[in-house]
Design a protein around this ligand. Structure first.
Ligand SMILES: O=C(CO)[C@H](O)[C@H](O)COP(=O)(O)O
Length: 289
């Protein structure tokens, strides 16, 4: 089996799980104890990146290594869109997954990283099927719908998930002779469009991200068809991170059980305060193409 097939299978093992943004060893331990399937090591969660402004870059490798040493679940870390040297550095320190993320300030407005040049698996964001297939064509082993990170507002995550689902249904229903035109219009590799037509799904795992802040948000995204969730600001910017983290993990498992979800939603302390999308200065989801 080739390295890419292995990476795709590795990402399948995260299915049904929650990947939590953590900024230090203490948070990483809280995430692991709560049942996170992986952590994303970064210096600031997206809501703080928004608040602080400036250029957001790859985190300090020393901080990432400290988190790697502290937990036994996989550790991910972010690189700027197109910053293949940040990716080389993360691969050199033995990171488990690289997230080429729009949450950081893009380094290249023309090209994303050629992910086929790396052994480590990559996850990338998308707002629709064309964007997902372009990233997979570049070698991404896992996709996440972008949502609007750091807002505590799930509306963009829902929009991107619904768009992806609609696009998949459209490709599946199209006659075979339409696939090349669809590939041209979507700007997506023909082979991958054909895969979606034949299988009715992406060839890699798809998680939802950006703005998930409550157990109900996580369950909503799961019911809309994602295979797991990323949660950043929603946990560690809330009143009781340990409790909320556990509740979100359980809600991602029992996403179809409203009685259980009601129990999980009780008495969680204060949720992060959210932002309205129309008031945002920067829409991170618009970064990348
Ligand atoms: O950046 C990410 C993925 O690249 C985060 O994991 C995710 O988007 C977090 O967003 P939020 O803080 O809104 O939960």
């Amino acid at each position: 089996m080739g390295n890419y097939e292995l990476n795709k299978n590795l990402a399948q093992m995260l299915k049904g799980g929650v990947i939590m943004d953590v900024t230090n060893v203490e948070q990483a331990k809280i995430a692991e104890a709560a049942g996170a399937c992986a952590v994303m090591a970064l210096e600031r969660v997206p809501s703080d990146i928004r608040k602080d402004g400036g250029v957001a870059r790859m985190s300090d490798p020393q901080m990432i290594k400290a988190i790697k040493n502290a937990v036994s679940i996989p550790v991910m870390a972010k690189v700027r869109i197109g910053h293949f040297v940040e990716a080389q550095i993360l691969e050199a320190i033995g990171i488990d997954y690289i997230d080429e993320s729009e949450v950081l300030t893009p380094a290249d407005d023309l090209y994303h990283v050629d992910k086929t040049a790396f052994k480590v698996p990559f996850v990338c964001g998308c707002r629709n099927l064309g964007e997902a297939l372009r990233r997979i064509g570049e070698g991404a082993s896992m996709i996440r719908t972008k949502g609007e990170a750091g807002t505590g507002n799930v509306v963009e995550a829902v929009r991107h998930m619904r768009q992806l689902n609609n696009d998949i249904h459209q490709v599946q229903a199209a006659p075979v002779e339409a696939l090349m035109t669809i590939a041209k219009e979507m700007g997506a590799p023909y082979d991958l469009v054909k895969f979606v037509h034949e299988n009715g799904k992406l060839p890699v795992v798809n998680f939802a991200a950006g703005g998930i802040a409550t157990p109900a948000d996580a369950a909503l995204m799961m019911q809309l068809g994602c295979e797991g969730v990323f949660v950043g600001s929603g946990i560690f910017k809330s009143g009781d991170p340990a409790k909320r983290a556990k509740a979100i993990v359980l809600a991602t498992t029992y996403y179809n059980d409203p009685v259980k979800l009601a129990q999980l939603s009780e008495n969680l302390g204060e949720a992060m305060s959210g932002l309205e999308i129309s008031k945002l200065e920067n829409k991170y989801a618009e970064r990348g193409w």
